[in-house]
Design a protein around this ligand. Structure first.
Ligand code: ATR
Length: 313
């Protein structure tokens, strides 16, 4: 029997790649006494299931949608400073075993920062544009707000981005955090050095939509350009030589990344290494060991590709 248990709680949880990724990390370090599995946990049962895991001697857990915020409400855990401010926890550590305290962390945003670094993007002092104002945007904005970056958050619903920007400015003391809608989207793209896309555009039912489709193209002065030509021209004008990061990893390339790469010379990255690094950071919290991010990446890539092979068969 495995004597060091780990897992991910979420609802639904069937698509989680964490078991494959974390198991690859354990195997690569020869930690064959560790197991990592996915568990479907409804929000209403979260407290009970976390306590049950603790009683069963689990070492650590990841939490995913819709449990990251919920766990704080239960009052069961001690969140660290960042996850408390973010209002979301994705990593639990049963540090003191069965009867000890349960500590909470948020490795999502640091995972995003490490993914940018891995891609060769130095974010120090850079102007960052964050598209979207949901949960993912919140922890990423908080992270870069704390790092002192100048931030603009834009969202379909402008008020939500404005509220988030105010919250980040207040929590971090960073006065260069602004929020708004999509009206001045092209100017915002032009102003930024690094662009981070955090909405669900490009995946699932929005597979054929990119944020560029939602920005106004203005008027065609010459009247002889197609909409696509106008869009490409604006993308080139606003994104040339910049870093464009879409946190979506399935599909591997969203329409947003595809359009950016086709029209301009950009450093483009998807969310796969963010997934890998948030998992690697959780792994380190639990075990004190640094896992091999490349081994984890290969496991994720293989799983995604075999899934898409099966789907196309
Ligand atoms: P997550 O936790 O993954 O960030 P979320 O909290 O539900 O998810 O936030 C979803 C984000 O995607 C929001 O920024 C949302 O914009 P609104 O606040 O205007 O709803 C954005 N989003 C979702 N569907 C969208 C669409 N069709 N067009 C533009 N933005 C969309």
């Amino acid at each position: 029997m495995k004597n060091c248990k780990f897992g991910v709680f979420g609802y639904p949880i069937t698509h989680s790649l964490s078991p494959i990724m974390q198991t690859a990390a354990f195997d690569a370090l020869g930690m064959s006494n560790c197991e990592y599995k996915a568990y479907a946990v409804e929000p209403g049962n979260l407290m009970e299931e976390v306590l049950k895991a603790q009683a069963e001697n689990f070492c650590g857990l990841n939490l995913t949608i819709p449990l990251k915020e919920k766990i704080i409400e239960t009052g069961l855990i001690i969140p660290d400073d960042f996850s408390k401010k973010a209002g979301a926890v994705n990593t639990l550590h049963f540090k003191g075993g069965k009867d000890g305290e349960i500590y909470g962390y948020n490795t999502d945003a640091k995972g995003a920062a490490k993914a940018l670094e891995y891609a060769g993007c130095d974010t120090f002092g850079k102007k960052i544009l964050i598209i979207g104002a949901g949960g993912a945007s919140k922890s990423i904005s908080l992270y870069f707000g704390e790092a002192g970056n100048s931030l603009k958050i834009i969202n379909r619903t402008a008020e939500k981005a404005q509220r988030l920007a105010e919250e980040i400015a207040e929590k971090t003391g960073n006065v260069n955090v602004f929020g708004g809608g999509f009206e001045s989207g092209w100017d915002d793209l032009k102003e930024a050095d690094v662009i981070i896309q955090t909405t669900e555009l490009g995946m699932g039912k929005y597979e054929d939509v990119s944020v560029f489709d939602q920005l106004s193209l203005g008027k065609d002065e010459t009247n002889n350009k197609t909409k696509d030509e106008m869009k490409d021209e604006l993308i080139r004008e606003c994104l040339e030589n910049k870093t464009v990061f879409d946190i979506v990893y399935n599909p591997e390339e969203t329409k947003f990344l595809r359009e950016a790469k086709a029209a301009a010379n950009v450093r483009a990255l998807n969310g796969m290494m963010m997934l890998v690094f948030q998992g690697a950071l959780s792994f380190e919290i639990w075990t004190g060991k640094k896992p091999d991010a490349n081994v984890m990446k290969e496991a994720v890539l293989e799983a995604l590709r075999s899934k898409s092979r099966h789907e196309s068969e």
